[in-house]
Design a protein around this ligand. Sequence first.
Ligand code: FAD
Length: 460
Amino acid sequence: MLTKPQLKALKDCVAADDLLVDTADCWAYGYDNSRQQACPDAVVFARGAEQLQAVVQFCNHYRVPLIPRGLGTGTTGATVPAEGGLVVSYERMNRIISIVPDDRLVIVEPGVTNQALQTAVAEHGFFWPPDPTSAAYSTIGGNLAYNSAGPRAVKYGTPRENTLGLQAITGAGESIQTGVRTTKGVVGYDLTRLLIGSEGTLALFTQATLKLTPLSEGRRTLRAVYADMSSAAHAVAAIMAQPVIPRSLEFIDGMAIEMIRAYSEASLPEAAGAMLMIEVDGARDCLETAAQTLRRVAATAGCLEVTVARNEAEVKALWATRKALSPALRNVAPKKINEDIVVPVSRMPELIRGLRELSERYGVTIVNFGHAGNGNIHVNMLVDPDDEQQMAAAGPCLDEVFALVLRLDGSLSGEHGIGLVKRDFIAREIAPATLALMRRIKRQFDPNGILNPGKLFPPA
Ligand SMILES: Cc1cc2nc3c(=O)[nH]c(=O)nc-3n(C[C@H](O)[C@H](O)[C@H](O)COP(=O)(O)OP(=O)(O)OC[C@H]3O[C@@H](n4cnc5c(N)ncnc54)[C@H](O)[C@@H]3O)c2cc1C
């Protein structure tokens, strides 16, 4: 709780309308999609760099934790004020400052939602490639701080590949500018890439310059069904090794197919053990050739059928099977444990085999789907919180899932980040010397450790 002198000092740097201190008001800013919650001592609505600099100075002076928050849709607890302090909400700092079509860039405040940005730049014939499913209710600041992405990342990349520069206030209270306004540049260290994915532990973003991409003239959708995951993974490798790069390449495994069959009408061959959804985009004249190339390349050994949609109705029908999965999962396990690990594409068959073994050994159903082209797999452990035996098995099983991923040269998170919930695992992926360097970098940006304490790294 803030003391009276602290509250007075805070009121000196924040307008009354931009400050919440009643516990009832503050609770709503203490959760995210990790389902963890803690009540902040106060909530400040960000308005601009000057105000934020004053707030950072206040937090340094009184050693008060400061937690930046977009719209709280993150899944790993990075916005949860576990140690109390101030939550800085960006919901009112959401202007699109300028769109510069000739330079293919847009300058925004961090609180703008991904969808609002896409709508604004579409009028100029552009899009910003990062496309988390939460686009309508997640902010650019959150997308940058978690390096969030979606299916399009396979062709167009993540925020790290689509951000030219940032303005930010460091934990020390310095106003900094990183990057360039050009699509090339190599002057100094790449602090833009460092800040992206830093989960609000190094600096508060105040402005972002984003690289835009021209909208395609159309897209074609294909669905390929395989006898098993190994055949599908070989197809993924083949697809990614030829020049027609799909705009999305999503997969679901055999267990997911079984689940869809049990809970909906799936028009899939009886022997289906894995499925790929493939989309290609580009100039209208090239689309048919591109679709036929992908149809041919996807038909590797073990392929049971490849279907190319000829019209919107057929596109919908092909996606219907994939879209049936989420409601099916919600039906079976409303409290599933969802991890978003990544492995090199060539190791996906070993991963799926290993996950099946773990599933059998621990008696936990594991359903896998995700962004196959990036090897980014959503591993869903379906556990029932009321089943003591399953809950006891879940922890050790998850531990072995992570060990398996690291043995396969993978990484613990492709897009959801570390936050609170995975911080105890970070040392399993990052070597001690590298981790120590990261902690030193954190101290350079934030010497008093006020920014998002307890996130990303386990306590020293
Ligand atoms: C239904 C649903 C679907 C989702 N789908 C996807 C998906 O497809 N792909 C994906 O990657 N993620 C997905 N997510 C997770 C989540 O939406 C993303 O991580 C998103 O980028 C978070 O944005 P946010 O505005 O909610 O940020 P928050 O959750 O509020 O914050 C996320 C992180 O950003 C930091 N932060 C926020 N603003 C700033 C700022 N201005 N300066 C510095 N740090 C800041 C916070 O401190 C925190 O560390 C999904 C979530 C839900 C609920």
